[in-house]
Design a protein around this ligand. Structure first.
Ligand code: NAG
Ligand code: NAG
Ligand code: NAG
Length: 414
């Protein structure tokens, strides 16, 4: 017998009559969805033969075959709207073949057989940036692969060893098999079903209405909490008369968007009644350990930046305070760390830095567009360089205190 027949025998017992037939009936199906602005996803089942080295998936004897789309290419990353990012993503080709006797291409023979589904995705788009890892890959992986309950093989193209090492605890919770470096894989792997590309609904979020299994961001956070054995599912207001203090973690940055008067800010928070945990980039770099720190806190405060992504580890109903740097950055900042907050079951507050509080003061006169028309610089593509990489902030303690006083009130009771 040839390979497709064996696949047939193992996968659809109903059709065993075909085993002795000379003509292979259609047994594979491929459907692709190109409608999302985030990602293209192809779903397939049947006789699938995957050769990583050439990034090719052979969909053998496909009932969905049509000559005009016998070859479909997908870049399995979730920032489809970002040309530059996508240019770094390897393309995976799905080659459909019609059932015999119409197929003239001979598919390669299986050298390794898997009896579980596979999910193919790329880690080439994000370095180890924690925000992108969570938003572009981990949440989408959860939506795409969690339903298999660990019985799924992950194939990673543009394999980044550092990324895989950092997120190994999460990958291990999603799949009980070691991940495979797709591009280096010379064997031909056969799978009963496959997904190429990750489903993605929104930035750092999940839309339950779009999720096959009704997954939610709350459920995603519970999943993370179980992986890192985090103790606090929930936080509720703390009684001031009990003598206990709400715990506040300050996520501090060092090279840009640093708070130059960090010590004064911390003193002010302590004066207000918070127990303050100051966390620099080094503290936050050990994900598993810092997940525990974040989960022990009731409030997280920080200037806009990837570190705020640690909000995923906060207990439900904790409060996140985003400090928005100078430069008409509200919309951009809310997009990443404001809009996703309610679905996570967290509370949100923000503090917007004024022209008096930015170190851009030292570099530009006050009649410069940096102050008079920041939008014009956004349009020139300088948002990152000037307003994200180019400033630190010196918070107005009195004004910041007022915002934090309200937060203190909301997380405490008499
Ligand atoms: C292939 O093209 C046909 C019609 O041209 C379409 O119905 C089908 O959905 C396409 N298949 C894929 C996988 O895009
Ligand atoms: C959730 O947090 C808000 C504000 O921090 C508070 O007013 C509310 O009582 C909390 N809800 C619960 C159920 O603890
Ligand atoms: C921000 O402050 C740090 C020191 O804490 C300094 O190294 C860095 O150059 C400053 N960045 C900007 C953009 O001013």
């Amino acid at each position: 017998h040839n390979q497709p027949h064996q696949m047939l025998a193992t996968n659809s017992p109903k059709d065993t009559s075909l085993i002795n037939s000379d003509v292979a009936a259609p047994i594979s199906k491929l459907t692709c969805d190109f409608s999302s602005v985030h990602s293209d996803v192809c779903t397939m089942e049947g006789d699938l033969r995957i050769h990583g080295k050439s990034a090719t998936v052979y969909v053998v004897s496909a009932s969905t075959f049509s000559p005009e789309n016998s070859t479909i290419k997908v870049k399995p990353y979730t920032r489809k709207w970002e040309k530059e990012t996508m240019s770094r993503i390897r393309e995976v080709t799905m080659r459909s073949m019609p059932p015999a006797p119409y197929s003239f291409t001979i598919p390669p023979r299986c050298t390794v057989r898997h009896d579980v589904p596979t999910v193919v995705f790329s880690t080439g788009g994000c370095g180890t940036n924690f925000f992108h890892a969570m938003s572009d890959l981990i949440a989408p992986l959860y939506i795409t692969a969690r339903e298999y309950n660990g019985r799924v093989q992950l194939l990673i193209t543009d394999y980044q060893p550092k990324w895989v090492a950092k997120f190994r605890p999460i990958l291990a919770a999603l799949s009980m098999y070691p991940v495979i470096d797709f591009d280096a894989d010379t064997v031909v792997r056969c799978f009963p079903s496959a997904r190429v590309g990750l489903e993605s609904h929104r930035i750092l979020g999940i839309d339950p209405a779009l999720s096959r299994n009704g997954y939610t961001m709350m459920g995603f956070r519970d999943f993370l909490r179980s992986i890192f054995s985090l103790q606090r599912p929930w936080t509720s207001p703390i009684s001031r008369s009990s003598g206990r203090k709400p715990r506040l973690v300050m996520v501090l940055r060092r090279h840009s968007r640093a708070i130059t008067n960090e010590a004064d800010v911390i003193t002010a928070m302590v004066d207000l009644g918070f127990e303050v945990v100051a966390a620099g980039p080094k503290d936050a770099s050990d994900m598993g350990r810092f997940a525990g720190v974040a989960n022990s806190c009731d409030v997280m405060v920080g200037v806009h930046g990837a570190g705020l992504t640690n909000m995923v580890f906060l207990p439900h109903n904790a409060t996140i305070v985003q400090i928005i740097p100078w430069g008409e950055m509200k919309v951009a900042c809310r997009y990443d760390f404001g809009d996703p907050v309610p679905d996570m079951g967290l509370q949100y507050a923000e503090y917007e830095v004024t022209a008096e509080e930015t170190t851009l003061n030292e570099k530009y006169p006050r009649d410069h567009p940096v102050f008079t028309d920041p939008q014009s610089l956004h349009h020139q593509g300088k948002l990152w360089e000037i307003f994200l990489e180019g400033q630190n902030v010196t918070l107005d303690i009195g004004r910041f205190r007022e915002v934090m006083q309200q937060v203190y009130q909301s997380v405490t009771t008499e």
